[in-house]
Design a protein around this ligand. Structure first.
Ligand SMILES: Cc1cc2nc3c(=O)[nH]c(=O)nc-3n(C[C@H](O)[C@H](O)[C@H](O)COP(=O)(O)O)c2cc1C
Length: 159
């Protein structure tokens, strides 16, 4: 059953995001596909981070996460944040970014929002971060990069 489910979900299509956060002078971020709006009134978004990821240890202590919509034109961002781990490299030394709401915002991304962490939910091998959006920016609407388009990126941490 588990392997039939794995085969089924492997063929699904969904958008990708980069989640970033900061605590004091430390920054972290990773590519995620397990993410969705989960309430309209009030507005809520669920972002799921693997327990293996470097980003999790910082996110656990953070009050705010930024969620960036990854566009097809930003494949290099997906490769950096999905294919490298903060255990080994400083991803933020390789991109242009600035602070907003105390978290790093990637300059290349034209759509992002910052969300306050309301709850951390143990979901299995991922932790769900229930976010209340506090700010959202949209300077353009390109085509979103999707899971199937990015499946060839070798995750920095094995799932
Ligand atoms: C297509 C794709 C989707 C991914 N989805 C998730 C996800 O939903 N949640 C997650 O925690 N990691 C996901 N990853 C894996 C992380 O982005 C990857 O392991 C990253 O290198 C972790 O970085 P970190 O160790 O600096 O946090 C995905 C990777 C790829 C290539």
């Amino acid at each position: 059953m588990a392997s039939r489910f794995t085969q089924l979900v492997a063929k699904l299509e969904y958008p990708l995001y980069v989640v970033t956060t900061a605590v004091r002078n430390e920054r972290a971020g990773c590519l995620i596909g397990f993410a969705t709006q989960c309430s309209i009134h009030p507005p809520r978004f669920l972002a799921c981070i693997s327990k293996r990821n470097h980003t999790l240890s910082l996110a656990r202590r953070a009050t705010t996460l930024a969620v960036h919509i990854v566009e097809e034109k930003d494949r290099d961002i997906a490769e950096l944040f999905g294919g490298e781990t903060g255990d080994d490299v400083d991803k933020f030394a390789r991109v242009r970014w600035h602070y907003a709401h105390g978290v790093p915002i990637l300059d290349a991304c034209e759509r992002w929002f910052a969300g306050a962490v309301l709850e951390q939910i143990d979901l299995g091998d991922h932790v769900g971060f229930l976010l209340e959006p506090r700010d959202a920016e949209q300077s353009g609407t390109s085509q979103q990069l999707t899971f199937q388009q990015a499946r060839d990126i070798e995750p920095g941490h094995k799932p």
